[in-house]
Design a protein. Structure first.
Length: 246
């Protein structure tokens, strides 16, 4: 068991990639603290993960709400004693051509994808600093390089990368690894919002010639959350079928 007795928070775990990460971490022995803005989905996830044998605490949390986030971390520490791993996964898109983009869609995407990471990470950082151990994994996106109709999302996801690198430099001497994962096209509800002709085009430009699965992203997150990745920090690792080759 690669995460035996580690306490892991996964945001946006009600479905999609977050769900797969929580499940994979649970299979490897982690105690799970999962949250989502969608209460029904996070409660359902919690029940499923418990039947697989994981210890689970589930919360309805909007990552844009600092009080929600702080309360979750406090209750998690009361119950499990500490935090070891944070996966900042919750994310949304609100696509529009820039000349038509509403300010509320700009703000919403920046708030969930970037400000939410600020709140969640600040809520745990002193716990990790004190114990001189921790793994922070931020979910960016291959969209960080810039997609038509996604100025808000691309700005947020490239922002996640800058945040990851700066924080990795701050926390490296404290024994804390901070990395980003940049998925390409992964089959989730978010992916299904992409128009079909664009999905077909994505297959053509993907060397592995298919979209990925949430489990494939979860396996990378598991590696980064484990001590097998102890000498890796400040990196952005793409899980995108080879679209981006550095
Ligand atoms: N699916 C893809 O192709 C893809 C590609 C690149 C990056 N990503 C990123 O991966 C992450 C997960 O995406 P997904 O495809 O699983 O999406 P999804 O829409 O399937 O799931 C996202 C989850 O986050 C939750 N959420 C949304 N806003 C929230 C908030 N304010 N507070 C708490 N929870 C909230 C949703 O309720 C949902 O359960 C996101 O950060 C996304 O940007 C996805």
């Amino acid at each position: 068991m690669r995460l035996k007795d580690k306490v892991a928070i996964v945001t946006g775990a009600g479905k999609g990639i977050g769900y797969a990460i929580a499940k994979r971490f649970g299979e490897e022995g982690a105690k799970l603290v999962i949250c989502d803005i969608d209460e029904a989905s996070i409660l359902k996830t919690a029940e499923e993960l418990k039947t697989l044998g994981a210890e689970v605490l589930a919360f309805k949390v909007d990552v844009r709400n600092r009080t929600d986030v702080d309360n979750m971390v406090k209750e998690a520490v009361d119950k499990f004693g500490t935090i070891d791993i944070l996966v900042n996964n919750a994310g949304i898109t609100r696509d529009a051509m820039f000349h038509k983009m509403k300010e509320e869609d700009w703000d919403m995407v920046l708030d969930v994808n970037l400000k939410g990471i600020f709140y969640c990470t600040q809520a745990v950082v002193n716990i990790l600093r004190e114990k001189q151990y921790g793994k922070i994994i931020n979910i960016s996106s291959a969209g960080r390089f810039g997609n038509i109709g996604q100025t808000n999302y691309s700005a947020a996801k490239e922002g996640v990368v800058g945040f990851t690198r700066a924080l990795a430099k701050e926390l490296g001497s404290k024994g804390i690894n901070v990395n980003a994962v940049a998925p390409g096209t992964i089959v989730t509800d978010m992916y299904m919002q992409i128009p079909e002709h664009i999905r077909e085009m994505m297959k053509i430009i993907t060397p592995l010639a298919r979209p990925g699965t949430p489990e494939e992203v979860a396996n990378l997150c598991l590696f980064l959350a484990s001590d097998e990745a102890s000498y890796i920090t400040g990196q952005v690792i793409h899980c995108d079928g080879g679209i981006f080759m550095p």
